[in-house]
Design a protein around this ligand. Structure first.
Ligand SMILES: Cc1cc2nc3c(=O)[nH]c(=O)nc-3n(C[C@H](O)[C@H](O)[C@H](O)COP(=O)(O)OP(=O)(O)OC[C@H]3O[C@@H](n4cnc5c(N)ncnc54)[C@H](O)[C@@H]3O)c2cc1C
Length: 478
């Protein structure tokens, strides 16, 4: 940010150019602020990363956006990607459970079924029978929050958690269903649990409400982008720049200090920027470091947020040599002791990958859950080997891939344990005392792309309401 500030235009620094930081910048520019985004790494996008394998464009990070809430799809349209939005070509997925790939049962809320119907094979006979007890059991109190696994196991038995809820939740959070907060991760179940004694009845109620909305809200549940969801951040960045925003990569922020006269001093290595307001859009550990000096209470809370690491293994095969079962891939319940936690048949799931590479079959597997450190200690060849081993066992695929690629996401996903909402509320309480400072991103109100964008808009709107300080905009050398 150079030049001097004369008018009432608000100068805002956004720290972090993941999808949250970019969305915040986009929103602030729309409100007339002057925006500088500072990104530590050499590229924008964070967990969204477009890449390539055997000449095929693919996503090496996040690949799919929930379309039942508007933020991600709307942002993609706003930055010119309307024509490239594409729903999955097939939504049929499987569960690799009890020794076979079985169709993912329909009609569940994050794996919680509305009845035992259609679960034969997925669960044992005892597991199926246990679901019936839900109707007779007395109420299970959930208090202020409860672990998803604990509550669902109490109502429907552990098999439902281990074979249905765990693989679905694990796919989103790379976490452990017996630790993850029901209130933060599956809020609709939490509210159903508060209002219904029977969980299956609560699920039916959620489904009835969803069906009523679906009448009005047609269209796919998920959406991808031709070329990869990883192309969204560069498109947002281009739009930010086109509207006068500045984005500096390779610029880690090391310190945030309040100015005595109001406003903020943002330190990046040898340089400093002055701003009326700062949006901190970095993962919790980095946010904790930046907030330590001026908001030690918030920093202490953020330092306690745990993260799960994971790796994605992308494999490209000659299509003529692969004969995969139908569908877009499968999820794997950890209870069976397999190593991979999911596999996506990317060429099947995304029409653009299929059409651009008719001779290839691109697959990916994911490995690593919260607390699982051994598996990610293996080298890339080791991760490819376990992926191929599990793919062979699940699908019979024994061809040799023409290319493989391992993408490691160290501390990629924040964990939302029981009480997460209260932690986030305490962070915001601490920050409320500091005008012109807000936080957003995956650590707060949801890890999915639309939730990150929503938190960014909230952060941007919050500071937009605040008056700019009359400070000179200096880029100084310390
Ligand atoms: C492997 C994987 C797959 C996923 N798949 C999906 C999916 O299919 N669909 C979905 O909806 N969600 C998915 N998610 C979740 C989602 O992608 C992320 O939660 C989301 O992208 C996080 O965005 P963010 O902007 O909050 O953080 P990040 O993407 O982490 O961005 C934060 C940015 O801040 C920068 N930064 C850090 N410290 C500093 C500093 N001191 N100064 C300046 N910059 C700094 C970082 O370099 C980074 O660029 C996935 C996540 C992972 C890890």
């Amino acid at each position: 940010m150079s030049g001097s500030h004369t008018g009432a235009e608000q100068r805002v620094v956004v720290v972090g150019a993941g999808i949250a930081g970019l969305a915040a910048a986009h929103r602030l520019l729309g409100r007339g602020a002057r925006v500088t985004v500072l990104e530590a790494s050499e590229r924008v996008g964070g967990k969204l990363l477009p890449g390539e394998i055997a000449g095929a464009r693919v996503d090496l990070g996040a690949e799919s956006m929930l379309a039942r809430r508007p933020e991600a799809v709307t942002l993609a349209r706003e930055v010119g990607l309307s024509d490239r939005l594409q729903p999955p070509a097939t939504a049929t997925a499987s569960l690799w459970t009890r020794g076979a790939l079985r169709p993912m049962p329909k009609g569940h809320v994050m794996g919680v079924p509305s009845s035992a119907d259609a679960l034969a094979g997925v669960l044992s006979d005892e597991g199926l029978a246990r679901i019936g007890q839900d109707a007779e059991l007395p109420r299970t109190e959930v208090g202020d929050d409860v672990a998803v696994g604990e509550y669902v196991a109490a109502r429907l038995g552990r098999e439902v958690v281990d074979r249905l809820v765990e693989p679905l939740l694990g796919g989103v959070y790379a976490g452990d269903a017996y630790r993850i907060s029901m209130r933060s991760a599956v809020p609709q179940l939490f509210w159903a649990a508060r209002t219904h004694t029977s969980l299956t009845e609560g699920v039916r109620d959620i489904q009835a409400k969803a069906a009523a909305t679906a009448d009005r809200q047609t269209g796919p549940v998920f959406m991808g982008i031709e070329g990869g969801v990883g192309t969204l951040p560069p498109a947002v960045a281009a739009s930010v720049r086109a509207r006068g925003g500045e984005i500096r990569t390779g610029t880690p922020v090391t310190e945030l200090r309040r100015e005595p006269a109001g406003g903020w001093r943002v330190v990046t290595g040898e340089r400093e920027l002055r701003a009326d307001a700062v949006v901190v859009a970095v993962p919790a550990p980095a946010a904790a470091r930046l907030l330590r000096a001026e908001a030690p209470g918030a920093a202490a809370e953020l330092a306690g947020v745990e993260y799960a690491s994971m790796a994605l293994v992308t494999l490209a095969y000659r299509r003529a040599e692969t004969d995969l079962p139908a569908g877009s891939g499968f999820l794997v319940p950890p209870v069976d002791g397999r190593t991979i936690k999911a596999s996506t048949f990317a060429s099947r799931k995304w029409g653009w990958i299929d059409q651009e590479n008719p001779d290839l079959m691109v697959l990916r597997t994911s490995v690593g859950r919260h607390g699982e450190t051994e598996i990610l200690g293996r080298d890339d060849a080791g991760l490819v080997e376990v992926s191929r081993h599990d793919l062979l066992a699940a699908t019979g695929l024994d061809a040799t891939p023409v290319a493989t690629r391992v993408t490691r996401w160290q501390d990629g996903l924040p964990q939302y344990p029981v009480g997460h909402h209260a932690r986030v509320a305490r962070v915001r309480e601490h920050l409320a005392a500091l005008p012109g400072l807000t936080v957003c991103g995956a650590a707060y109100d949801g890890v999915g792309i639309p939730a990150c964008i929503a938190s960014a808009y909230e952060a941007a709107d919050q500071i937009h309401g605040e008056a700019p300080h009359d400070v000179r905009d200096v880029t100084a050398t310390r």
